[in-house]
Design a protein around this ligand. Structure first.
Ligand SMILES: Cc1ncc(COP(=O)(O)O)c(C=O)c1O
Length: 391
């Protein structure tokens, strides 16, 4: 059996990748260890690269369509991993999940309407509705025993002001895996209050050993009736640059409106590499994914031990899925500006600023991306410790 090497450090600078090449633009300097944008510094798997190369051997890159092989691979993956056994008509290709959320917003909501999110959350969940003149309604999560927890009373109260909820399942940041019971409660609250749910499950495939992802639509008939689910091989197999996602919508009336919008406005066509890459990923990805998750689990453990030994005052939400940990430096008693300055100008590391995940309540929090070789993570953490302790 092939053993994949996740310790290899692969230089990415100069490849036009946001994570390594947009540092100057976002942080004001270029000499930072990039631990921010959510892709991994691991090699995209060989079976995907080979499929892309094979396709490139045919030297006509005309308009592409999703063929049976693509749909079979998607369908089998959803059925095997998430017990979603659906008809072809319930699926639609989507060029990206952020775009997908934006399409739902444009197709199914009106300016001024409320969109419910649980904060802290992946920034586009806040920015898209804001930019679209919808009202962002935030239900703050609590940290209980080192993982995020939903305050259901608060959620119910806020749901009354909304028509849609955008749920990160599993959660970004922090990688909390929502259990079946939690999702059922969310579905009941939303159903009672006439709120439909976008379940963004982009991180689902990367649920770490010992945890189980539950797809929102499968927890109850109510959940199935009110939801649109987005999935993708993009994070899982480190191919986010291909723009390849898929949408599952079991409710016929929602589907008619949403897929009608996608087709009517022609906003969800794919490209050659999105189809070829996704088919290869879903058809051949099991073993690579198993090994990659084992490595990620090691990185999470590394961070857990490092925090315990070197910075016990920093409270963390460590991922149960994916590679995005949430670090809370509040107990160090430093200001937002002091922390940012220490991280950027002394540690020279690029982390995501907590305020972008839901405002000033998160001014002492930062998100760190653990999807990198362990030696890189170790150096980054040592730099953070040295810099933050001095500031
Ligand atoms: C929860 C979540 N949704 C969506 C995305 C981005 O999806 P896409 O690249 O398909 O737009 C990310 C990327 O970090 C994410 O964490």
């Amino acid at each position: 059996m092939q053993q994949y090497n996740f310790d290899e450090i692969i230089p990415r600078k100069g490849t036009g990748c946001v994570k390594h090449d947009a540092l100057e633009l976002f942080f004001g300097r270029d000499d930072l260890m990039p631990m921010w944008v959510a892709d991994m510094d691991f090699r995209t798997p060989d079976f995907i690269m080979e499929a892309l190369r094979r396709r490139c051997e045919h030297e006509v890159l005309g308009y592409a369509m999703a063929e049976d092989g693509y749909w079979q691979a998607v369908w089998q993956w959803l059925k095997k991993h998430y017990s979603i056994d659906c008809g072809r008509e319930e699926l639609h290709f989507i060029p990206g999940i952020v775009a997908g959320i934006s399409f739902v917003m444009q197709a199914m909501t009106q300016p001024g309407e409320g969109m419910l999110v649980t904060t802290p959350v992946y920034p586009p969940f806040l920015n898209l509705p804001q930019n679209g003149h919808r009202q962002v309604v935030c239900s703050p999560l609590q940290v209980v025993d080192g993982r995020f927890a939903i305050d259901f009373e608060d959620l119910e109260w806020r749901a009354r002001q909304c028509r849609w909820m955008v749920l990160s399942n599993p959660h970004n940041p922090g990688g909390t895996v929502w259990g079946e019971e939690v999702l059922r409660k969310v579905a009941d609250i939303c159903y009672r209050n006439n709120v439909n749910v976008i379940s963004d499950e982009i991180h689902a495939d990367m649920t770490l050993p010992g945890h189980r992802h539950v797809s929102f639509s499968t927890v109850s008939q109510h959940a199935k009736d009110i939801s649109i689910t987005f999935m993708a091989p993009s994070k899982t197999f480190n191919m986010a640059g291909l723009g390849s996602s898929v949408c599952y919508c079991p409710n016929e009336s929602l589907r008619k409106r949403f897929f009608g919008y996608l087709d009517g406005y022609e906003v969800a066509g794919g490209n050659i590499f999105a189809f070829v890459g996704a088919e290869a990923a879903f058809a051949h990805g099991e073993e690579w994914l198993r090994q990659m998750l084992q490595y990620l689990e090691g990185n999470v453990e590394f961070l857990r031990n490092w925090l315990e030994k070197k910075m016990p005052a920093v409270k963390a939400v460590l991922p149960e899925a994916s590679y995005l940990a949430w670090l809370d430096f509040t107990a160090l008693g430093k200001s937002h500006e002091e922390l940012k300055d220490a991280l950027i100008n002394r540690a020279r590391v690029a982390l995501n600023d907590g305020t972008t995940f839901g405002g000033k309540d998160y001014r002492c929090c930062f998100r760190i991306n653990l999807g990198c070789p362990r030696a890189v993570l170790e150096e980054c953490l040592d730099r953070i410790c040295a810099a933050v302790m001095q500031c």
